[in-house]
Design a protein around this ligand. Structure first.
Ligand SMILES: [Ca+2]
Ligand SMILES: [Ca+2]
Ligand SMILES: [Ca+2]
Length: 572
């Protein structure tokens, strides 16, 4: 067990507290804060307690407001689309249509928009013909998040995607349709805040600060990623600061939507709906090594969580028709715990990127989550946009003896497996039976102590600008041949300088649980976790190791094991 590992996120989050000047709608409000600093410090302790503001509620419903027409014109792909949502916001008094709290010139708020996924529209079918009162209110299942967010100074909106749910068109994919519906709502809100044209007599006039966060579940997750994509490539100008996807799909037939804003992906191991975890591709594809566009990305993977319990309307026991438990396998967690996982990760993510809160404890450590999530086994990965990619294994060769920097890779020679593979659900390569990723990486198998060494070319050896050595790793499901369950094994990470100095950090795989054992149920799930070792942990005797001439990274594998490795990085 190595305590340095515990500190791995502090630097990243505190640094990311730098937020640029407020723009757009809040132009004369530059420097003002949506939430007092003292309250944000409380949120950094636990974001899922009630924040400083009372919660107001309004709902809007513009039935059949517009036809969703493809960009070239012609027949509507989705006619008569409703613009309907429920809203929570920071209010002077709790209740319906109460005034927004704080003076306009000082307190303006970011806008968060949620979109649900595919589900029955009428009980229990894909019909759109039932009476309005009988429709399944799919958008009301995130109230538990909206309420908390409003109390922390967000205008939080959850869209009813009725006309694009259980629907399809040859003219436009329903993922694009979902994205465009989100953007339609953003247009409405922009107008309401700028011009006081909202249906409640100007309740939201000059109440938004222009920053936007998006969150979507299932097909809605792909939909909000599509919204960010369309906003960017069509130059619509919405200031989208953060995108969250919960158990998302990734199945648009025309475009693999990839976010280029800070992205948080929440995945459930017992998901019985999107059971191939296809949304993991969105994480693997964005901010690739060498790509011009780089943004922060993070992911949490939760054992025993299913698809539906993140939405209370899809959860049995809340009174809505057509609710079900889609999960399977052992180690299931309760619906209440699933909502706690969503709250304890999504709310801090949005607080961080839209309010500038820092140092939030939200990625799980040591296989455990933040406060209130004791007993939940969850793993997180995080990639900073500023880094040196030592090896992404994505240079196309699947040659284990070189890294993409051109450095040599060598081993002690006794690995039972040492090769590069594609990790892709349903793919043909050797280890794809349980892998749910969309990337290439290295597989190392061993049954006695072995070592691996990857070399940095001379021009790449100054890593003093970085803060941590990072890699993604996962144990491979192998019938407990090399990966015996609960058997202690340790790894040693070593930095080797040009002068031959070796600085080591050891850690215990089982104790740390940062390298997940696969979830054995629901088809078997192998997903990467993260090892992030602060560079200050590497010592030269009693001195900090000099980081200007790092010649190689070594990993020593002890005991026995079969692991996959990806994305060896020096990272901020
Ligand atoms: Ca309609
Ligand atoms: Ca290689
Ligand atoms: Ca890779």
């Amino acid at each position: 067990m190595n305590d340095h590992h515990r500190d791995r996120r502090a630097g990243a989050w505190s640094r990311a507290g730098r937020v640029g000047a407020l723009v757009a709608l809040g132009a004369f409000c530059a420097g003002c804060a949506s939430v007092p600093r003292g309250d944000l410090e409380r949120a950094e302790e636990n974001a899922c307690v009630t924040g400083p503001y009372k919660v107001g509620r309004v709902d809007y419903d513009f039935e059949d407001e517009f036809d969703l027409v493809p960009s070239g014109g012609g027949m509507p792909a989705y006619p008569d689309v409703d613009v309907r949502a429920t809203v929570r916001y920071p209010a002077k008094t709790a209740g319906v249509q109460q005034p927004v709290v704080g003076p306009k010139w000082w307190r303006r708020y970011p806008l968060i928009v949620f979109l649900h996924g595919n589900h029955a529209t009428c009980p229990c079918s894909c019909s759109h013909a039932c009476a309005a009162a009988s429709r399944i209110p799919n958008h009301l299942g995130y109230d538990y998040l909206l309420d908390v967010l409003a109390s922390w100074g967000f205008v939080a909106v959850s869209i009813d995607g009725f006309d694009v749910t259980c629907a399809g068109s040859f003219l436009m994919s329903d993922y694009e349709a979902r994205g465009r519906l989100v953007l339609r709502h953003l247009e409405r809100w922009q107008d309401w805040s700028a011009n006081g044209t909202d249906p409640w007599g100007g309740l939201f006039h000059q109440r938004l600060n222009g920053k936007v966060g998006l969150s979507g579940h299932s097909r809605g997750g792909e939909g909000v990623v599509a919204a960010e994509h369309i906003n960017r490539v069509e130059g619509l100008g919405f200031d989208i600061r953060a995108v969250n996807a919960i158990a998302p799909t990734d199945q648009d037939p025309g475009i693999h939507y990839v976010p280029q804003r800070p992205y948080y992906l929440l995945l459930a191991a017992s998901d019985g709906d999107v059971s191939n975890l296809q949304g993991l591709r969105t994480y693997d594809r964005t901010s690739l090594a060498g790509a011009a566009a780089q943004s922060e990305k993070s992911m949490v993977w939760v054992y025993g969580a299913n698809h539906n319990f993140f939405n209370t309307v899809w959860t049995p026991g809340f009174g809505a028709a057509c609710a079900s438990d889609d999960g399977s396998g052992l180690g299931r967690i309760s619906d209440a715990l699933q909502r706690a996982v969503a709250c304890q990760t999504i709310v801090p993510f949005l607080l961080h990127h839209l309010h500038g809160a820092g140092e939030i404890e939200w990625l799980p450590r040591d296989g455990r989550g933040p406060e209130g999530l004791e007993g939940v086994e969850m793993y997180g990965t995080y990639q900073h946009p500023t880094r040196l990619d030592v090896d992404s294994f994505d240079d196309g060769a699947d040659n284990p003896n070189t890294n993409p920097l051109g450095g040599a890779v060598s081993t002690s020679g006794g690995f039972t497996t040492f090769d590069e593979f594609e990790f892709k659900s349903g793919g043909a390569d050797t280890f794809n039976a349980s892998f749910r990723h969309f990337t290439h990486g290295l597989v190392l198998g061993w049954n006695s102590t072995q070592s691996y060494r990857t070399e940095l070319p001379t021009a790449q050896r100054d890593v003093s600008a970085f803060e941590a050595l990072v890699l993604r790793a996962g144990q491979i499901l192998d019938g407990e041949v090399l990966n015996a369950l609960d058997t202690p094994r340790t790894l040693r990470l070593t930095l080797e300088t040009g002068g031959g100095t070796l600085a080591n950090v050891d850690f215990d795989v089982v104790g740390l649980q940062s390298i997940p054992y696969p979830y054995e149920y629901n088809g078997g799930k192998t997903v990467f976790g993260m090892v992030r070792i602060p560079l200050v942990s590497f010592r030269d005797g009693n001195q900090p190791l000099t980081l200007t001439d790092i010649r190689a990274v070594r990993i020593e594998f002890r005991g026995s094991g079969l692991v996959a490795i990806d994305d060896i990085q020096f990272s901020r």
